[in-house]
Design a protein around this ligand. Structure first.
Ligand code: ZN
Length: 607
């Protein structure tokens, strides 16, 4: 397994805003979300013991069992409680999946059972059903009736189950069980709401509409002639709440209701299926995620410019505001010490120490990041200047999109803090955003998105005949190969180098996604050692002797004799000194003259 496919996005979420709601409707929404939260929290607690995890494979089974047990609260719409039960199951499933991902469980299994394919397969199969995971946690061995696993004995199965038990316990102990605390959102399936449209009241219509006629059949009108409502269930049985939307769209399937504390309205999240363009056939591509730009591809082209500035501005603003807040906090404390009921202190707390403005800054920064991230990923997937089909102006030819797209696995969050100023939370959020965009656009473009092992990709020389690994190769954004054995001198951009190496990892048979980074280093060092020795060996043959069929002492001739093509200057090779200039123009010549001297000095050192 040299790379791991990313999940396919079959759908994407679009956020529809409602118009400001009346106080009565806001109160109804609040009651609805409150009842939903209470019910969901109760179900989450019910699902905490591992013996109930069989229900995670069957939502309806869980709902029926809860109904039977009398867990449904009285006086609350039954459909609402059903939805809470389904949601609790979904939340637990997501929780377990994230525990498996952050605990590296699959990678651990892969490493542990590297010699035994059957045991490894059994271990992976056990993770396929949550009921089985529950059984393992209770010390049982799940009964997996698969033909492929028929050859696996009882003893081995027990041993695998015990190992999984240990690993899962440890992974789960690092996380708290999910609970429902916030009363901010809920999901509604299509039995819990209806939609209808009316013509908008004349007062709400823009004055300069003229004779525009809209199309009620397709419910499409961007100019305010029509008003669309989503009518959702209320908290009490039979109650309905009609929410007017700010625009007119297609609303169907499962929708989400999201309340925003600061706004008078709520948002409706609608999920649309992704329309795929068909399989891509272009050359493979890879990207290295960054902080200054969104990403760099294997051709050294940077996408999503301005990300660094955006993040820096936001961080600076946030830090400055934080400092000012600290001072004001101190002032209010001092004022309250003198007079506990100080009016000035109260005024400061109300007007200067709230979170509204902060939240607005953050939302603005996040939407900026989202835009850039989307642009960058679209450029990579559809080609520069291209947009999605939704905008309708794209040369969507299959060969313009890469067949495979490699990126590093972001779910591990391996330490790659390029910017110290950037807060951890911000970068975590950004990474998930990037990955989400990539999954969506890869799915639309028919691109096979993969995650590859990113260990040492920015420290390894990308020159195929070199591959020297050292921390010294990289200084900030610049890469300069410091190969001490021969004159490689490859120079370029560090992110570009990382992307090139990541692309090579796609086809790497030795380095898989789950290979531990220490092992990656060993493999890379070993490869470099072999290259070094084949070079030195070729040179050590005296001129004229046909010991191993090599004629002449020139290094590059030797390399050719070994079946490798002589190196050519590739990529954006920056030339610094005069000596390097000749080197980059005629590598063969330079290698012959310059390197013989180096070889001699090396011989002396060894002697
Ligand atoms: Zn090199």
């Amino acid at each position: 397994m040299s790379s791991k496919p990313m999940p396919l996005a079959k759908q994407r979420t679009v956020r529809l805003q409602t118009l400001p709601l009346s106080a009565h409707k806001q109160q109804q929404i609040y009651e609805l979300l409150h009842a939903f939260r209470l019910a969901k929290d109760q179900f989450l607690v019910e699902l905490a013991p591992a013996k109930t995890w069989g229900f995670l494979d069957s939502k309806r089974g869980f709902r029926d069992a809860m109904k039977k047990a009398g867990a449904y609260p009285a006086g609350v719409n039954v459909h609402l409680v059903d939805q809470a039960a389904f949601d609790a199951v979904d939340t637990w499933v997501r929780h377990i999946e994230s525990v498996l991902a952050t605990g590296d469980v699959k990678a651990k299994i892969w490493r542990r059972y590297r010699g035994d394919e059957l045991q490894r397969r059994f271990a992976y199969t056990c993770l396929n059903r949550y009921g089985w995971i529950g059984e393992i946690l209770r010390g049982q061995v799940p009964v997996v009736g698969s033909k492929e696993l028929a050859g696996l004995g009882e003893k081995e199965r027990t041993q695998v189950a015990r190992y999984l038990h240990r690993v899962l316990r440890k992974a789960l102990s690092k996380h708290e069980n999910p609970r429902a605390h916030a009363e901010r959102s809920m999901s509604l399936d299509d039995t819990l709401y209806t939609t209808f449209t009316t013509s908008a009241p004349p007062a709400a219509r823009p004055a300069r509409l003229g004779t525009h006629t809209c199309d009620p059949e397709h419910r499409r009108c961007r100019q305010g002639h029509m008003r669309q409502y989503v009518e959702i269930i209320g908290c009490e049985p039979g109650a309905r709440i009609a929410l007017p939307l700010a625009g007119v769209s297609h609303v169907s399937g499962n929708i989400g209701l999201v309340a925003d504390e600061d706004a008078d309205g709520v948002a409706i999240h609608v999920v649309y299926p992704v329309k795929a363009l068909g399989e891509a056939t272009g050359p493979d591509e890879s990207i290295d995620w960054g902080v200054t730009e969104v990403c760099t591809d294997a051709h050294g082209i940077k996408h999503g410019h301005g990300l660094g500035r955006l993040l820096e501005e936001f961080t600076e603003k946030n830090n400055a505001a934080g400092k000012a807040r600290g001072k004001l906090h101190a002032t209010t404390r001092a004022l309250r010490k003198v007079n506990p009921g100080s009016r000035k202190a109260r005024r400061i707390a109300r007007n200067n120490l709230g979170h509204k403005k902060q939240a607005r800054w953050r939302a603005r920064a996040q939407s900026g990041v989202r835009t850039l991230s989307g642009q960058a990923v679209k450029e990579v997937v559809y080609g520069a200047g291209n947009r999605t089909r939704g905008r309708g102006r794209v040369p969507q030819l299959a060969y313009q999109r890469p067949r495979r797209l490699a990126a590093e696995d972001l779910s591990h969050l391996r330490g790659k803090a390029k910017s110290k100023k950037l807060s951890r939370i911000c970068s975590t959020w950004m990474r998930s955003e990037n990955q989400g965009r990539m999954v969506v656009h890869a799915s639309i473009g028919g691109v096979d998105a993969k995650t590859a092992n990113a260990a040492y990709t920015s420290q390894t020389c990308p020159e195929p005949t070199c591959g020297y690994v050292s921390r010294d190769n990289r200084q900030g954004d610049a890469f300069h190969c410091r190969n001490p054995y021969w004159d490689c001198n490859w120079q370029g951009d560090a992110d570009h180098v990382a992307a090139m190496n990541l692309l090579a990892r796609l086809a790497d048979r030795e380095i898989g996604v789950y290979t531990h980074h220490t092992e990656v280093k060993t493999i890379l060092d070993e490869r470099f050692r072999r290259r070094r020795e084949s070079r030195v060996g070729a040179r050590a043959v005296p001129q004229g002797t046909a010991g191993n069929g090599v004629q002449g002492a020139c290094v590059e001739d030797g390399a050719t004799a070994h079946g490798r093509t002589p190196s050519k200057p590739r990529g954006p090779r920056l030339v610094v000194g005069g000596g390097d200039a000749t080197d980059s123009q005629s590598p063969e010549h330079a290698a012959c003259s310059g390197e013989t001297q180096r070889l001699e000095s090396e011989k002396k050192r060894r002697a």
